[in-house]
Design a protein around this ligand. Sequence first.
Ligand code: HEM
Length: 111
Amino acid sequence: MSLFNILLQSHSGSWAILVILFLITYFTRQKVTLMLQRLFYLIMIVTGVGMLVQLHFPLHYVLKGILAIVLIGVMEMMVARKRKGNPMAAMWIVLIILLVLVLLLAYNVIG
Ligand code: HEM
């Protein structure tokens, strides 16, 4: 198996786990899942950047990567803001729009 395939399989096998870890952290305020969630950010970023290098940074996937990093930022903000008891409805809308955009770009449905 090529390096690219290893990166792609790790990447596409990890994103749903990341989303589930985020939901568990958000709703149960677990410290352990928050740590795992952060480990999965790292996996997504490292495998994603690895693929970008191998693909020579095509604009479509660079844009997807940037939106994905913003998505990770929003997940972190949501965990922090919920602890402080801030209103969350707007954050949820942003999170869902970003996740849908990233997935549509990832599977070449748009762009
Ligand atoms: C939470 C964050 C992320 C999610 C949910 C996500 C999701 C996905 C998904 C579902 C795919 C398609 C996999 C497949 O075809 O089986 C993909 C591909 C890809 N992702 Fe991500 N990703 C994330 C973060 C990143 C980051 C941070 C980067 C780069 C900086 C990145 C770069 C790429 C690239 C280059 C591909 C293309 C692989 C191909 O040629 O098909 N991703 N991503």
